[in-house]
Write a protein that binds this ligand. Structure first.
Ligand code: ADP
Length: 444
């Protein structure tokens, strides 16, 4: 569009062959107005469209404001007959060199279509929301159901597992995801529980077995005495014998109580500075008389310097006492027991070796088990030989002090126990503290 010459003549210059310009022309020419600098609509043909006239020409004040505004073009939205129009306005200059003048030009476009699309879209959304919500809920329900199915399977498998069938395991899914990890963790936990159950069961079996024999013997002795004894002397003898067995029973019960307290962590190490060379020497000396009685030579060999660390004196003495007493007990007359203690870097090394009967390889892995005794045929009838609990205590005391115990034995040639204890920083392992210090100290 151009405004020509002095006559303010408006001419539309459009390329009729250009389909784009033709389509724009239709829209632009349907809604426009041209005004002079005073806001008066130019009284010429083609200076406004009927639609703009129906909408109402822009007031002179607005026209002047637009013309003087450096920001071009200006936008406004106007409404007529329920239809909104977006109007862009600015100025153009006529092409007169003599009398250059500014003209106000406003071109509008109906927003009816946009508004319709927007309204339709809004209604579509409103209509779709419940549908989408229902679809979403249904999909969520199905997906959640699928995702939780393995959890339900785990729960069902877990419900089937009880104390009597702890060998059951939850089937693995081979999926390498979080649930698989949960299944593995769960199965590991059941394995640990199963292990504990087996230990408890074994313990009860051992205990009842160990207690049954002395109880049967006591009962037999008392019954015989009841039916056959005639004099007070005979009754007395029967009671004395029975007392011996009752004493053994209470010894077993005391030792068991101590061991179970220790293993359930109810008690704490009483750590104090202790020189292991000195302690081992003292305990060895205590066994000199019994060893002499058994015709066994006993000797102690202490390393140079001291071997001091934080230890529970009572437990260390108990450990030494058990090892040395076994060595003396299982060494035939004429044999020898050697005890040595020395410092090896940040560890103490205590060795108790004997030239005794030794332990055969099939028994060796079990000697630290509760109630495990290697009995020859002649010992079957003499249960007073030992409780089979001493080495269980030794093992546990060593572990409580974060140490290790190692045994080497050759049947007929003797046995060597080697204990290594760190001289510093024991973890706070729970361990028994009781006043019956001699309760598991074995008599030789
Ligand atoms: P016990 O009260 O029977 O000695 P322990 O737990 O102390 O119980 O020992 C378990 C078994 O290990 C013993 O019965 C014995 O057969 C074997 N044993 C332990 N120490 C020695 C040793 N120095 N020489 C030979 N056998 C040993």
């Amino acid at each position: 569009m151009r405004i020509e010459g002095e006559a303010d003549h408006v001419n539309w210059y459009l390329d009729k062959d250009d389909p784009d310009e033709n389509s724009i022309r239709g829209r632009v020419q349907s809604m426009y107005m041209i005004a002079d600098a005073n806001g008066r609509v130019v009284d010429q043909p083609d200076t406004y469209s009927d639609t703009y006239k129906a909408l109402g020409f822009d007031p002179p004040a607005y026209v002047k404001a637009v013309l003087s505004n450096p920001v071009q073009p200006q936008w406004q939205t106007r409404k007529a007959g329920g239809v909104r129009y977006l109007i862009r306005s600015g100025y153009i200059l006529n092409d007169s060199r003599v009398n250059p003048r500014k003209f106000y030009v406003a071109i509008g476009s109906s927003l009816a279509n946009n508004d319709k699309v927007l309204t339709d879209f809004t209604w579509l959304c409103i209509a779709l929301i419940p549908l989408v919500a229902v679809l979403g809920a249904a999909t969520g329900w199905i997906v959640a159901g699928r995702a939780l199915r393995p959890v339900m399977e785990i729960a069902r498998a877990a419900q089937r597992i009880s104390g009597s069938n702890l060998s059951l395991r939850i089937p693995e899914r081979k999926a390498a995801d979080e649930l698989e990890y949960l299944v593995e963790t769960f199965n590991d936990m059941i394995s640990r529980l199963e292990q504990s159950f087996i230990q408890v069961r074994q313990f009860s079996t051992d205990v009842s077995h160990e207690l049954r024999t002395p109880i049967t013997i006591v009962r037999g002795q008392l019954e015989v005495a009841l039916f056959t004894a005639e004099t007070a002397e005979q009754y007395r003898d029967a009671i004395v014998t029975a007392m011996g067995d009752v004493e053994r029973l209470s010894q077993i019960v005391r030792a068991l109580l101590l061991l179970s307290q220790a293993e359930t962590g109810q008690v704490v190490l009483q750590l104090q500075p202790l020189d292991l060379i000195e302690t081992a020497r003292n305990i060895t000396e205590q066994f000199e008389i019994p060893a002499e009685g058994a015709d066994v030579r006993i000797s102690f060999h202490g390393g140079a310097g001291n071997c001091e660390g934080e230890f529970d004196r009572v437990q260390i003495e108990r450990m030494l006492s058990n090892l040395i007493s076994n060595a003396v007990k299982f060494t035939p007359p004429g044999g020898e027991v050697r005890v040595s203690a020395k410092r090896e870097g940040d560890h103490a090394e205590i060795v108790v070796e004997d030239t005794g009967q030794g332990i055969s390889p099939q028994h060796l892995p079990h000697i630290f088990d509760r109630f495990y005794r290697v009995r020859g045929p002649e010992e079957q009838s003499s249960p007073e030989k030992g409780l089979g609990l001493g080495l269980s205590f030794v093992n546990w005391i060593v572990r409580a002090h974060s140490g290790t115990i190692d045994v080497k034995s050759e049947p007929g040639n003797g046995t060597t126990f080697t204990v290594r204890l760190p001289l510093h920083s024991h973890p706070p392992t729970a361990i028994v503290t009781d006043d019956t210090h001699d309760s598991v100290m074995k008599p030789v």
